[in-house]
Design a protein around this ligand. Structure first.
Ligand code: SAH
Ligand code: SF4
Ligand code: F3S
Length: 471
């Protein structure tokens, strides 16, 4: 059994990054068997699951949407908040029960939960029935670990940090229209509430030519949209020291000519004017920016280690609004950070009133063992935190609705991504500002950018009818 190596991530050493070209020979030894895969957490995990699915399919497995029919269960976990963890343990309970009946069932735990120092020992100790436990740094080991499970010994591949960037990674992508592309792994920011730097390791950028190669290939395959992924995309390139940064990359990607390009997530710190100018210059870079603010109080931002003040955020926000016409800006906000006062919370409401965000993801602070904020004194009760969340949500939803109202009776371009949940004569898609639109129109519009007239607006979506078919 390999011992997990989870030292304190903050002590991690900066060593030279190894760039490894993957060349895996995976035999379909499980042909005829079925896999069940569940993914929790952010886009990073969603994209990792596309890699996992490629490996499962190469091993010969086919898809099953029911746990009971599966020969292998793979749970790709998230550790960002307590509820993400609870969901996984719920599934694990079902898997344990199933394995009593189905002795050959393979259970595999991946993702950020396995990388959380406070969790891994407990998982190993109390969940011996899990066959494979694999972290976020070495997914390409998965086919080998699964193939080796015949000896019935638990396999563990988890370590605290990574000095590797893998290239030539293959994916079984969820969509033929819209694709994710990793540009930078890990995070060096250490916001005091956040577990991600511990679960994803230090910042490691992919080389620009490798990213561009992947973008060109996706263009050849007919992809209409790509999303550049990183915990903090504007840190891109810093670790490489090759004279290029995120703005350079964005421009080179835009020139390749995929109709829609977006990126998540940008940290307000280090969001450069050059980035704003490039976004404004290219029509195919979507005027959509997710710019997490987290709190409206300088005191809280300082204790969060967010590295910007509200004045700086406002200045950046105003410049983006001024330079990028019709830009849509969304955000993340945490309420109930340790000892957040009523006054601090009021400042959060004030900044929401100032920015009038197009949308916001709001969360109650969840202490993560191993992070600095988990050790901070906190006198705010859960009842109070829930009350604040409720007040904030009401405000945020009002502004979402207001920003959607601007679209009423307008003609917009929509990339149609799939059937709509609102009826079989409808499809759905997104504007270039990432507004969800349910459209009256036929299924053969899927994968196309079409003109739509907006006929009704709600807080979280727009309704419209398809006009002329455009591209
Ligand atoms: N890298 C991104 C966000 C990653 S996590 C960024 O820096 O913006 C997504 C969101 O989860 C964060 O923006 C934050 O609002 C929220 N979050 C992270 N840790 C949290 C915690 N411990 N409790 C509550 N919310 C948290
Ligand atoms: Fe977490 Fe902060 Fe890094 Fe985002 S920038 S992943 S919130 S530590
Ligand atoms: Fe969760 Fe890991 Fe993403 S903790 S939010 S899956 S980076």
């Amino acid at each position: 059994m390999n011992k997990p190596d989870l030292c304190i991530a903050k002590d991690r050493k900066k060593v030279a990054i190894q760039y490894i070209n993957l060349d895996l020979d995976i035999k379909p030894v499980f042909k005829g068997k079925k896999y069940f895969l569940r993914t929790y957490g952010c886009q990073m995990n969603v994209h990792d699951s596309e890699e996992i699915r490629y490996y499962l399919e190469q091993l010969g497995y086919s898809y099953s949407d029911t746990l009971e029919d599966a020969d292998i269960v793979v749970l790709n976990t998230c550790a960002i908040r307590e509820n993400a963890k609870d969901k996984v343990f719920g599934y694990l309970g079902r898997c344990k029960h199933l394995k009593k009946i189905k002795k050959d069932l393979i259970i595999c735990l991946c993702g950020c939960l396995t990388q959380q120092p406070s969790e891994i020992d407990e998982i190993i100790k109390n969940h011996q029935y899990i066959d494979v436990i694999i972290g976020t740094h070495n997914l390409s080991q998965l086919p080998k670990l699964i193939t080796d499970t015949y000896d019935k010994k638990q396999k563990i591949e988890v370590f605290s940090n990574s000095d590797k960037v893998f290239e030539n990674v293959k994916y079984s992508r969820d969509s033929k229209i819209s694709a994710w592309i990793n540009i930078i792994y890990g995070c060096d920011k250490f916001c005091t509430y956040c577990i991600v730097p511990f679960t994803r390791g230090r910042e490691r950028s992919r080389k620009m030519e490798e990213i561009l190669k992947e973008v060109r290939k996706l263009k050849e395959q007919g992809y209409m949209e790509i999303t550049l992924l990183g915990q903090n995309v504007n840190a891109y390139g810093k670790d490489l020291n090759l004279g290029y940064d995120f703005a350079t990359l964005l421009e080179e990607v835009a020139k390749i000519g995929i109709p829609r390009i977006r990126f998540v997530t940008s940290h307000p710190w280090n969001f450069t004017d050059k980035m704003i100018d490039i976004i404004a210059k290219y029509d195919n870079i979507m005027p959509y920016i997710h710019l997490p603010i987290q709190s409206g109080s300088d005191e809280i931002l300082k204790r969060m280690n967010r590295k910007y003040t509200i004045e700086e955020y406002k200045k950046l926000f105003d410049t983006i609004k001024e330079k990028i016409p019709n830009v849509s800006i969304t955000t993340d906000i945490i309420v109930g950070f340790p000892n957040e006062t009523e006054e601090d919370f009021q400042k959060t409401l004030d900044i929401v009133n100032y920015c009038k965000f197009d949308g916001a993801f709001t969360f109650i602070f969840s202490p993560r063992v191993g992070t600095a904020a988990a050790l901070m004194e906190d006198k705010v009760t859960m009842v109070e935190k829930e009350k604040r969340l409720h007040t904030l949500n009401e405000l945020v939803n009002r502004y979402s609705l207001d920003s959607n109202k601007k679209y009423l009776n307008k003609e917009v371009e929509v990339l149609v991504t799939g059937p709509s949940e609102k009826g079989c004569d409808k499809v759905c898609g997104y504007t270039d500002t990432m507004k969800l639109v349910n459209i009256e129109g036929s299924q053969n519009l899927i994968g196309k950018i079409i003109k739509v007239k907006i006929t009704d607006v709600k807080s979280f979506s727009l309704d419209g009818i398809a006009l002329i078919y455009q591209k």
